[in-house]
Design a protein around this ligand. Structure first.
Ligand code: NAI
Ligand code: MG
Length: 350
């Protein structure tokens, strides 16, 4: 019996998580579903975006599936009470340092990509982004006022050997189950952390993963190559900042934000955190227009990487493909189905 904690969150979060709930109850009868308030919804109820109780339940679960957090209602709250702060705290508490962002182009949607179909047909890239270190967390940081009255903003990029090694290990392990190639991206030409990154990845590769093809690529070149010839990539591993940008770029090769899942993994055996890459979409919240596939595919990743149910993950993936092939489309991908009707289409495939 495994436990999945659902954190629907704000905006369209509860709408898309509701469809996951329907799919999960049809698919897995040995899965216990828990649910807690999160983000702005939790702030309204408990005065904090993440209660200690919800955090404890997350750490005790086998996997956590989040909808989305944030929205204009809470934008003026103090930084520590904002919905996004709850998400950062949860990631830190769960120590999920490897963010898996697949960029997969479903054949039925190759026409929806920003690129011509022949560039993206069959596209299947896995970006592994370091998630708990780097410039988003490095100290010192802040905005200070200088003696001459100007202001100066400071951010610090910091990485240790072990931080680089553990996320690279995730990338090499994933590559072995795929097309056996890892592209490591940094800026070793201009950054010290980039030099260290390349050194650590090279050493780990020689020691434990010599059977995997390893390629080093400067991050700015990777940004170009993703648009020029995306089919060359299998697994990409990179730091927090470059991964943020490259994974959003890769997302646009696939036909839309409403389709893309993600996973954040920590050490083996610890719970993973799964979430669609989209936000709370306040512009369409409450209207039944949200595409639930990104959330449903995030659940698929949870089945695969945390719940030990590859069989069910494959079944769910096939049901999503079948729904798309039969023409099921929400508005964001050119159709008129509601959120619940897209859920129906997936259930039909199960
Ligand atoms: P967003 O991802 O919420 O929306 C961007 C655009 O994509 C909007 O036009 C929206 O309608 C559309 N969209 C997003 N998901 C969709 C879906 N499933 N189906 C159909 N259309 C979809 O990003 P935005 O507007 O920049 O941010 C809105 C709020 O969400 C902000 O408060 C932001 O901080 C928060 N946010 C939260 C994230 C998270 O929970 N991890 C990630 C990104 C943003
Ligand atoms: Mg981003």
């Amino acid at each position: 019996m495994s436990t999945l904690l659902l954190l629907p969150g704000d905006g369209i979060g509860p709408e898309v998580i509701e469809q996951v709930r329907r799919v999960a109850s049809r698919l897995a009868n040995d899965l216990t579903l828990e649910e807690r308030a999160f983000g702005g919804t939790s702030f309204d109820q408990f005065g904090t975006p993440l209660t200690e109780e919800a955090e404890a339940v997350a750490l005790a679960s086998d996997a956590v599936l989040m909808g989305a957090v944030g929205g204009p209602k809470w934008a003026g709250a103090p930084r520590a009470q904002r919905p996004e702060a709850g998400l950062l705290r949860l990631r830190q508490a769960m120590n999920v340092y490897a963010n898996l962002r697949p960029a997969i182009c479903f054949d039925a949607l190759a026409g929806a990509s920003a690129l011509k179909p022949e560039f993206v047909s069959g596209l299947d890239i896995m970006i592994v982004r370091e998630l708990t270190g780097g410039v988003y967390f490095g100290q010192p940081r802040g905005i200070e006022t200088l003696a001459d009255g100007q202001k100066r903003g400071v951010d610090t990029q910091v990485y240790t050997t072990s931080e680089i090694e553990r996320v690279s290990r995730v990338a090499f392990e994933l590559a072995r189950g795929r097309r056996n190639k890892v592209t490591s991206c940094e800026k070793s030409n201009v950054m010290e952390t980039g030099l260290l990154w390349r050194e650590v990845v090279t050493a780990l590769h020689a020691r434990d993963y010599a059977d995997v093809q390893l390629e080093h690529m400067l991050a700015d070149n990777a940004a170009m190559q993703l648009v020029k010839n995306p089919l060359q990539f299998d697994v990409i591993v990179t730091d927090n900042l470059f991964g943020d940008i490259l994974s959003d770029e890769a997302a646009m090769l696939t036909g839309g934000i409403g389709l893309l899942p993600s996973a954040a993994l920590g050490d083996p055996g610890k719970p993973g955190l799964y979430e669609p890459i989209h936000g709370s979409a306040p512009d369409i919240a409450g209207q039944g227009l949200a595409n639930p596939l990104a959330a449903i595919l995030s659940f698929e990743m949870a089945l695969r990487w945390s719940l030990g149910r590859t069989d069910l993950a494959d079944k769910l993936n096939a049901a999503v493909k079948a729904a798309l092939e039969e023409g099921a489309r929400t508005r964001d991908i050119g159709g008129s189905l509601t959120t619940a009707q897209m859920g129906d289409a997936v259930l039909k495939g199960l």
